[in-house]
Structures are given as C-alpha cells and as structure tokens.
Design a binder for this molecule. Structure first.
Ligand SMILES: [Fe+2]
Ligand SMILES: [Fe+2]
Length: 417
C-alpha cells in the first residue's frame, strides 16, 4: 500500500505523486478525480492552483506510488465516464503511469506482479474504448525522459494494435482485448536492460544488439512468472520482432508461422516508431511513416494486416477491396503514394453487384463523379461471423477473405461471453 500525505494546494506546483482522494467543492462538485498525476495536472491545467483556491480548497491528499489498484481504476472510470468515449487523456494518463510504475519497480517481485496484473485489467478496458472509437487515437504528451517514452510507446502500440485487431475480428472482443494487452506489455522485457541500450541516439555494438533482442524472451518470462497463460498475449510479447521473410528474432519464425497477435503488434510497433520520429522531427509528415510501412510490408509484414491498418486510416494500398460511390466493388491495383488516395481499381462487380466480365480498370484520379466510399476487405464492422464467408440472406460476399476465427475454442468462449 502506498503512503498518503496531505499537501497544501501551492505544493501542486512542485510535488510528485498522485491525487489519492477526489477533490470536491463545497457543493460536492468533482473538481479533480483521484488518480490524477500531479505532473499531468500541472501540464493539462496550468491554472489548477488558482482554480482550487477559488473553490476554497486549501489542502489535498496525495500518494506516492505510481501503481493504480483495479478498484482505484474502476472508480476513476466512473468519475470520468464522458470523456472516456474517445480514449481520453485521463485513461491514457492512468495507463502511462501504470506502465511507468511497472518499469520502475521491475526488480521488486511483489510490485511487478501487482503492476502487470493491473495492466492486464486495464488492457481490457482499453479494448472496450478502442472498439467504441472509430479512429486511431494516439496519446500525445510531452515526453520527459526514457521511462515516459517507453510508456507512451507501449500505450500507442496498444491503441494501434487494438484498432487493427478490432477491424480484423469485429465479433471477437476477447481476441482484441488479448492483442491490446499483449501490445501494452510487448516491451516489458526492456525494463530489465540498462538504459544505455534503450537510447535510440546511440549505435549499439553487436553484443549490445543481441542483449537488446533478449527483451522479447525476458518479457515472455516475466508474464509467465505472474501466471499469464494466454497464448495470444504471450506470443505478442515473444514474437513481435519476427519478420515475415524469417529474418526476425527470437525464433526466426516465418510467414504464417508467426502468431497473428505478434504480426499485429509488429506493425503497430513500427507505425508508432515512425510516427514518433515524425513528431520529434516536426518536419516530416505522417505520409512518410505510411510509405515506409508500405515499403517494408512486402518483406517484413503480413500485407493483409498492413492493409487493415492503412485502410482504417482512409488510405487504399494495393490489394484492398473497396466499394465505389456508385455501389460497384473492386480491388486496388498498384501501391504508390499517389495511389494511396486515388488508386487504379480493378472492377469486380458493377453497380448492381453483378460480376464484371472481362478486365475493367478505373483510374479514380481521373474520375470526377466516382470516389471510393469505403474499404470492404474482410474486416470492418460488418455483422457477419468471421467463421465463414457469408453468401446467405442477402449479405454481400466479401471479395477476399483470408482470416477466419482466431481459434475454435475462442468461438465457444466468445459466444458465451
Ligand atoms: Fe520490442
Ligand atoms: Fe516496441
């Protein structure tokens, strides 16, 4: 249990810690929910001290431990119900703090165990929020130090991975939750490594690189140590650096042998690394991050999952099945930057959904009246079972369908949920 103490409101300007009890006005209006970190409070509400003084608040209770119990997290959710609809900053802050807590206490078995288990619980809340949110929401905060950078990276990878999983398997919330949790914890093994190895501005020696690569196995071992048995979570942590062509680590697994959660986390991981470069450099644009992913997609990644991510961003790489504004269906040809927004499309079904005879190609860039309405690959929020292609009851068959249900066992589990 962490120590609590009372501080004067003026000390908000300098103290470190977490608000330990809701701060209420005299008329019981919630001014600051418990669980809010003081540094985040200073950053998000620079006038917080004057604000609290105006409401007659002189003192408040803070606690020092960055770890949040699941009860605290639940009560935080209750007080922050409305903003959470958009994977809000408060939820992000709790998770960031929790991850930092796990990293900071990694050598303390008790705290490590408590922290990892709390993160797993939070991961399932996070997937609920991701499923409610139609677009990827990154947590963007000013980064102070390595620990914060790793925390933010973990959260962003979880958001992107959860987003991809929810699009691939819309009827499988537990699968999305497991992928989100695996993504939150994917780099936990790095907590055991010296900070020097994690400094991206340094070039590592061969030996150091091999040590850094151990974070995948260390991460898996830590989770097994706290009795995590879910293969979807464990495989995301162990195998997120495997590459499609078999040149990744730790196992050199190839193609379909790489577990799907790990393939998803690998793409989310790269995406966040590239976006971070974009934010820090301030001169590049996210287009570059996207074209970089496309460049690597052929050899490093599962191209289907890359398409899932990109089409979720409103971009249409080659192979994406799309619906045009007149109702016809087609498949995107080519994959260049120009073509991401206005590609050439091979028509598969006409506006009345009849198969197109012969080869008909439409160049969207040259069209004035036809535009791409949406991607209709075998992902997206469609009301059909991921178990089999649906041709029944008037539901349109998918043009391509690659992934089925994650596992037969998950079927019964999900249906009973
Ligand atoms: Fe990693
Ligand atoms: Fe990572």
């Amino acid at each position: 249990m962490s120590r609590t103490r009372r501080i004067h409101v003026d000390q908000i300007a300098s103290e470190q810690g977490v608000i330990a009890a809701d701060v209420l006005s005299r008329s019981s209006v919630l001014l600051v929910p418990k669980g809010y970190e003081l540094s985040s409070l200073r950053q998000s509400q620079p006038d917080i001290i004057d604000f609290l003084k105006r409401h007659g608040i002189k003192r408040l209770v803070i606690k020092e431990s960055p770890l949040v119990t699941i009860e605290e997290f639940r009560s935080l959710l209750k007080t922050a119900n409305h903003p959470l609809a958009q994977v809000n900053t408060l939820l992000s802050q709790v998770i960031l703090r929790q991850i930092a807590g796990v990293f900071g206490n990694i050598h303390d078995k008790g705290k490590r165990e408590q922290g990892v288990l709390s993160l797993l619980s939070i991961g399932s809340y996070l997937q609920d929020e991701i499923r409610k949110t139609p677009q990827i929401t990154f947590s963007i905060t000013r980064i102070q130090g390595l620990e914060e950078a790793i925390s933010r990276h973990s959260l962003n990878v979880a958001l992107v991975a959860g987003f991809i999983a929810a699009r691939m398997f819309p009827l499988w919330p537990k699968y999305t939750a497991a992928v989100t949790m695996g993504a939150l914890l994917h780099d936990i093994g790095k907590a055991f490594l010296p900070n020097g190895l994690l400094d991206k501005s340094r070039t590592l020696s061969e030996g150091e690189t091999r040590t850094l690569q151990c974070h995948t196995l260390l991460g898996e071992a830590v989770l097994k140590d706290v009795l995590v048995r879910d293969e979807r979570i464990l495989s995301a942590v162990r195998s997120h650096h495997e590459k499609w062509e078999g040149k990744g680590y730790p196992d050199g697994a190839k193609g379909e042998d790489i577990p799907i959660p790990a393939r998803i986390v690998a793409i989310a991981n790269l995406f966040d690394n590239l976006i971070n470069v974009v934010q820090e450099g301030d001169t590049k644009r996210s287009d570059e991050a996207i074209s970089n992913i496309i460049g690597k997609a052929q050899s490093h990644f599962d191209t289907f999952i890359v398409r899932t991510l990109l089409s979720g961003l409103g971009l249409y790489p080659a192979g994406t099945a799309i619906e045009l504004s007149d109702g016809s269906l087609g498949v995107v040809l080519e994959s260049t930057e120009r073509n991401l927004l206005c590609p050439r499309v091979l028509l598969m079904r006409d506006a009345s959904r009849k198969p197109v005879s012969g080869i008909r190609i439409i160049d969207i860039a040259g069209q004035e009246s036809v535009f791409i309405r949406r991607a209709v690959d075998d992902f997206g929020r469609r009301d059909v079972s991921p178990l089999r292609p649906s041709t029944r009851h008037g539901i349109e068959p998918h043009v391509f369908r690659k992934y089925r249900a994650p596992a037969p066992l998950a079927d019964a589990e999900e249906k009973n949920a």
